[in-house]
Design a protein around this ligand. Structure first.
Ligand code: CAA
Length: 258
């Protein structure tokens, strides 16, 4: 499918979603969000890892589009926020690992996009932050909640109240970013990590993701009960039989995701 502001490329079982509107530093306007929604819906079962990154040299995503938002009424802003939340939730709920490759500015909606991915790796050039209060609003695509869950309340409040942009090293120090790479090493690193994931059982990864995500919002006993149930259920899968048989036969497993 032809998109104007994004590109979805696939190499083997790894897809890469480029937010690609460099003239506005990849800012998320409605059209871009709608294209992302369509692209995420189109991801087939042959895709087993998704990398999300920014097109061009400077930005991952420099936020929601301020030019579009400036004139929104309250009702329109509710709708715009709902669209953003829907896209972030779709990303979070994909049954495959998602990796944000933060190659430049990841501000506001861009930082929120990275936070909706399972793992964030950043280039040494990256700058991250939630500067919305400087525009008289608050983060609107899940930032108040996902950043708080990622780095804790005090750090999230510090970043949101100051609107400060932090560099990749600081983002790693506070646990927002997992690793910092040289710019040219960022995508290769993401692909190397993806390749390690591809060796494992896709159904098990999907279930692990679901239990981690759903469990994070629950009390420990309820969350562990989810894990117990899911662990047991996987023994009805072809992947469990193959994975354990392959181990005992001292050969690599061939998983089918069933
Ligand atoms: N929305 C719309 N356009 C944007 C944009 C954004 N978020 N960020 C950058 N652009 C545009 C600029 O307006 C500029 O366009 P023109 O060339 O037509 O003037 C172009 O991208 C290049 O940007 P700059 O000239 O500003 O580049 P710079 O290198 O001097 O600065 C920057 C880079 C620090 C990232 C700066 O562009 C900036 O501060 N951008 C806004 C960041 C921001 O506040 N993001 C949060 C948005 S609110 C939000 O996201 C709400 C939410 O949670 C849903």
């Amino acid at each position: 499918m032809a998109y104007e502001n994004i590109r979805l490329e696939q190499e083997g079982a790894v897809a890469t979603l480029f937010i690609d509107r460099p003239k506005a530093l990849n800012a998320l306007n409605s059209k871009t969000l709608q294209e992302m929604e369509a692209a995420l819906k189109s991801i087939g079962q042959d895709v087993r890892v998704l990398i999300v990154t920014g097109g061009g040299e400077k930005a991952f995503v420099a936020g929601a589009d301020i030019a579009e938002m400036a004139a929104l009424t309250e009702t329109q802003a509710q709708e715009f926020g709902a669209l953003g939340h829907r896209v972030m939730a779709m990303l979070e709920e994909l049954p495959i690992p998602t990796i944000a490759a933060v190659n430049g500015f990841a501000l506001g909606g861009g930082c929120e996009l990275a936070l909706a991915c399972d793992i964030i790796y950043a280039s040494e050039k990256a700058k991250l932050g939630l500067p919305e209060v400087g525009l008289g609003v608050i983060p609107g695509f899940g930032g108040t909640q996902r950043l708080t869950r990622a780095v804790g309340r005090a750090r999230a409040k510090e970043l949101i109240f100051t609107g400060e942009r932090i560099d990749a090293a600081k983002a790693k120090e506070i646990g927002l970013v997992l690793e910092v790479l040289a710019p040219e090493a960022l995508l290769p690193h993401c692909r190397d990590v993806a390749a390690k994931m591809l060796k494992n059982g896709p159904l098990a990864i999907a279930k692990a993701k679901r239990v981690i995500e759903a469990g994070a919002d629950q009390d420990l006993r309820v969350a562990n009960e989810m894990e117990r149930k899911t662990f047991g259920e996987l023994f009805g899968s072809a992947d469990q039989r193959e994975g354990m048989k392959a181990f005992l036969e001292k050969r690599p497993a061939t998983f089918t995701g069933k």
